[in-house]
Design a protein around this ligand. Sequence first.
Ligand code: C2O
Ligand code: CU
Ligand code: CU
Length: 504
Amino acid sequence: MGIRRHTAVTSAALLATVLAVTLAGCDPIPGGGVISTVGEVDFDTPLAIPPLAESTTDADGRRIFDLTAESGETAFRSGAATSTAGFNQSYLGPTLVAEAGDEVVVNVHNELDESTTVHWHGMHLPAAADGGPHSLIEAGDTASPSWIIDQNAATLWYHPHLDGETERQAASGLDGLFIVQDAAESALPLPRDYGVDDIPVIVQDVRFDESNQFSSDVQGYIGAIGNELLVNGTVGPYLEVTTDLVRLRLLNASTARSYDFGFADARMFSLIATDGGLLEAPVPTGHVQLSPGERAEILVAVEPGETAVLRSTPPDLGQDAVQAQKNAGADSFDVLELRASAVLRSVATVPETLVPMTALAPADAAVTRTFTLSDSTINGKRMDMKRVDAAVTLGTTEVWSVSNSMAQPHNFHVHGVQFQILTVDAEPPSPELAGWKDTIFVPPGGQIRIIMRFDDYSDPAAPYMFHCHLLTHEDDGMMGQFVVVRPGELPAVELESMDMNHGG
Ligand code: C2O
Ligand code: CU
Ligand code: CU
């Protein structure tokens, strides 16, 4: 059993919350209270490593993958198995790996008893292959999106994107990693032996009911709040480390919860990559905060024979203590124990520099758009599959200014491109936000400005999405659509102005 005592602790906290709510009589959102598994995780199960997806090469040199979305049962802990879903297995999916320049085809078979879609989060690809809510795969059907990998080495991921159902399907286990490699990354002395010194760390918070089924009963404004973690689907995971430097690819695959990852002994590590790939240089730090959908790659040095516990401490959601407690902002988790062997191989080093990045200039932006996130809406509108909110001109740079008008946390994700962050609340981004990103936290009452280029893949009929990646918000309507069109071309779909276009 991975967790010893916290179930009792959280039941007590829950009871206290329920009592408080009953006494107050008016709060429909009790939230999660304060959850902590610090010191209470046994770390008695080897960390599961998602298998590498097998691929074949067809006559045209295309790399072909097969993913089958299926439902199943997974034994996470003693007692009854949990009803789950996964790709090619009962929970989560294999890790796809491809090189820049590869043409890939992914045959996605839907063996669920309902429709789904599979979206390639962070991928630069044609909208028709992006797997958004328009790319329905009916039960029993197969879709075969194809594209050429054309972006920096990065840790990307895939998950369903069914209109209004993304949270439920993603939370059931339909999530996996897609690692992009390229020559610049391969030339660096980084750990890259998958499952040995290059480790996927897919973090999800869950809550088991008395029958061991996933429960979303405890809700904050952010959505369902779990009280324990799965890492790659493992409860209480440890990892045998055999090298003196290990690369962790952290993915916050939670539907609602943000994490602030660090180590129990407060050791420093090197942040080397964020959503869209490597930073210009490693950033020495003691913690990295990830909101849902964000990724970070870190290099952690270990000494022979020691253990080091990856821990998440309360993230800064920009809320006061009361609100933070309602939104999983006061919680701490022991995540993963690294167990270093008595003798460690030395195969990698922390490079001085990584890959150069040319800053995009706001002066080059053809358009600045403004987006305001508010209750289940963007610019006052809920997602409507039939409404396209913006037409971006192929070959242009755009600045998007995103404001959160609420006292609640949100984040913002754009499909099809990686962006650079210009400002967070009018300040230049901190070093950990200075690289390529596709998802960014937007603090309560805050504003972020991002800049991106739309150089490829115009299609007046196939929209990309932009949305909050707190999936219950996305499902509730905090999502919009844009198309990329050639200069002078009109979108093939009805374009309703969201009053967010400002020349300049
Ligand atoms: Cu990871 Cu539109 O999503
Ligand atoms: Cu995405
Ligand atoms: Cu949100």
